[in-house]
Ligand binder design. Structure first.
Ligand SMILES: C[S@@+](CC[C@H](N)C(=O)[O-])C[C@H]1O[C@@H](n2cnc3c(N)ncnc32)[C@H](O)[C@@H]1O
Length: 256
């Protein structure tokens, strides 16, 4: 895993974007910046295996380096579960991410019936709907892990509704998001806990500040209440919070 020192030496992109230099260090960046990142991946794997039938399809939107598919594959192999009739589709908007993702998942690709990679902008609703409509597979597992927060606010609800409408009955959409609290004191405590988490993971205060500036207006967290209302308003699914640490929340949306 290549160490993330992007904002130590001022070469990190400002504003932040998912370019080549970010994709090279992204695994280290996520694991040192998102409290519970690996536990969350473990949960994703458990949910995926719970909801995938013999021939079902898993779609990872904003897959980055394919961490979720790797975790699903490893858990399947540990529990002697065959995926050789299942499909995995890894989607992302960033060419650099997709390029590194292909290399990263090579070791688990053979476990799947098929695996493919799709460059896609989730905000292009015509493209998203077209892509989902042309898939003849049963779409049983969808993953949207720390992706919605990068989309324009106006698009988030529609993206969720489109995904839920094509999810198979009994299937699951896994949504992970960084949120903010509408209560100032809670937000201050969350912010401090997050900074301390990053300091404990050997980011300096300067790096943390530079990265926060780069992410301003790029990663735009919703309020916790706002996100929960948006998820709760999707009538086709039932929503359950399965992971929470301060501002980091993960929800399972199960199709009725
Ligand atoms: C924080 S990363 C996701 C991490 C990954 N899901 C994981 O769990 O390891 C956000 C990803 O979303 C992708 N992304 C951002 N905007 C997008 C869009 N409009 N359409 C599709 N993917 C997008 C980025 O390229 C990036 O790879």
């Amino acid at each position: 895993m290549k160490k993330d020192i992007l904002y130590r030496e001022q070469e990190g992109p400002t504003p932040f974007c998912f370019n080549k230099s970010v994709s090279r260090v992204f695994e280290d960046m996520l694991s040192r910046s998102i409290p519970g990142y690996w536990d969350q991946q473990d949960f994703i794997a458990r949910f995926a295996l719970e909801h995938l039938s013999d021939k079902g399809c898993l779609l990872d939107f904003g897959a980055s380096l394919g961490a979720s598919v790797i975790h699903v594959s490893k858990l399947a192999s540990k529990s002697k579960r065959s995926l050789n009739k299942n499909k995995a589709v890894l989607c992302d908007l960033s060419d650099s991410m997709l390029e590194n993702c292909k290399k990263n998942v090579q070791s688990v690709e053979g476990q799947w019936g098929s695996m493919c990679f799709q460059r896609m902008d989730l905000c292009d609703k015509t493209e998203l709907e077209g892509f989902l409509q042309t898939r003849s597979d049963t779409l049983e597992v969808m993953i949207l892990h720390y992706v919605l927060q990068f989309l324009p606010l106006k698009d988030r609800k529609d993206v969720l509704h489109i995904l839920c409408s094509r999810l198979a009955k009994g299937g699951v959409l896994l949504v992970g998001e960084k949120v903010r609290s509408s209560l100032d004191s809670v937000q201050r405590v969350w912010q401090k806990a997050h900074t301390e988490y990053k300091l404990a993971n050997h980011y300096s205060r300067e790096e943390i500040q530079k990265k926060e500036e780069a992410l301003k207006d790029v990663l735009v967290p919703m309020t916790e209440d706002g996100l929960e209302k948006m998820l709760g308003d999707i009538k086709a699914v039932r929503c359950s919070l399965y992971y929470s640490f301060a501002a980091f929340k993960c929800y399972a949306l199960v199709k009725k």
